[in-house]
Design a protein. Structure first.
Length: 302
């Protein structure tokens, strides 16, 4: 087993918290190889090498961005068998873990990673317009096109406020007053349509944005994306809805539409960013494809 630690996750709090967790794990007789990343993107190469070496498990210590880097390394490796993935959440968002009930306490999460149950889940692959041409990447949790990408940019540039939930909520409110809804062209499993929307969410799991239960019906092992279209809503209308979104009680809103699809294509004649697990692979046009049963995630035992 190899543990990949991102010391910068959680605004640097991982660097302070992880040594205590590692000490406790070693005292309990656990053995693992530890690699501490030195910068963005490095976890991808480490995870890819671990897969090529035939490691049984890779454990991510960090936030959703760290997990995303590791998933991209595991799924890009030229192997028939992919290592299982464990997650010890110490980052700002930790949204992936919410769907599966993985504890946010690092010691409890470490116990799940080491002694939990393996659950085979789907992944997504997004291909979009990147800074140097076409870019492609994998995601486990949620991708979106629209305002969510601008919120992710704001947070990733260093905006932090008390905790993950408040950070993303405040970032969303600030971004709302700068945002203009877009006319988007959609194609879902071959069915085309035009919408004016704030964002289109392509969800494998349920939560994003620091605990927003944006896709409450999403099942990460059904071979389908839950596509949530947030229509032509204004800033104040959206702010009034935020509490319901956090609770997953927003799906009956008349300007929200819920669809299922295996493949989603989105384009726009204006620049629109794309977000995948809180990272920014690029912008529209973009294609999202489901990859059934792509990876085994360690979750709490029944």
């Amino acid at each position: 087993m190899i543990v990949i630690v991102n010391p910068a996750a959680g605004a640097g709090s991982t660097a302070r918290r992880w040594p205590q967790v590692a000490k406790r794990l070693l005292e309990e007789g656990n053995r693992f190889d530890e690699v501490v990343t030195q910068g963005p993107g490095q976890a991808t190469g480490i995870a890819r090498k671990a897969a090529e070496e035939g490691r049984r498990m890779v454990v991510a210590v960090g936030g959703d961005g760290t997990v995303n880097e590791i998933v991209n390394g595991l799924l890009s490796a030229p192997r028939d068998s992919t290592p299982a993935l464990g997650v010890i959440p110490t980052g700002t968002g930790t949204d992936l873990c919410r769907t599966f009930g993985i504890p946010r306490d690092p010691l409890l999460a470490a116990n799940v990673a080491l002694r939990g149950a393996g659950r085979r889940i789907d992944a997504g692959r997004v291909t979009c317009l990147g800074p140097n041409g076409t870019a492609s990447s994998y995601f486990l949790n949620i991708a979106d096109a629209g305002i969510g990408a601008d919120v992710a940019d704001f947070v990733n540039r260093g905006f932090k406020f008390i905790n993950g939930e408040l950070t993303f909520s405040l970032a969303a409110v600030i971004t709302l007053f700068r945002w203009q809804n877009r006319r988007l062209s959609l194609e879902l499993d071959g069915h085309k349509r035009e919408v004016t929307a704030q964002q289109v969410v392509v969800a494998n799991c349920q939560y994003f944005g620091g605990g927003m239960r944006i896709a409450p019906h999403a099942r990460p092992d059904d071979g389908l994306f839950d596509v949530i279209i947030h229509g032509d809503m204004g800033a104040f209308e959206t702010i009034a809805l935020l509490r319901k979104v956090r609770q997953g009680a927003h799906m009956s809103h008349p300007k929200i539409e819920h669809l299922l699809a295996q493949r989603v294509e989105i384009s726009c004649d204006r620049p629109v960013g794309v977000d995948a697990d809180g990272e920014r692979p690029g912008g529209l046009p973009a294609q999202f494809e489901i990859i059934p049963r792509a990876i085994e995630l360690q979750v709490p035992a029944p």
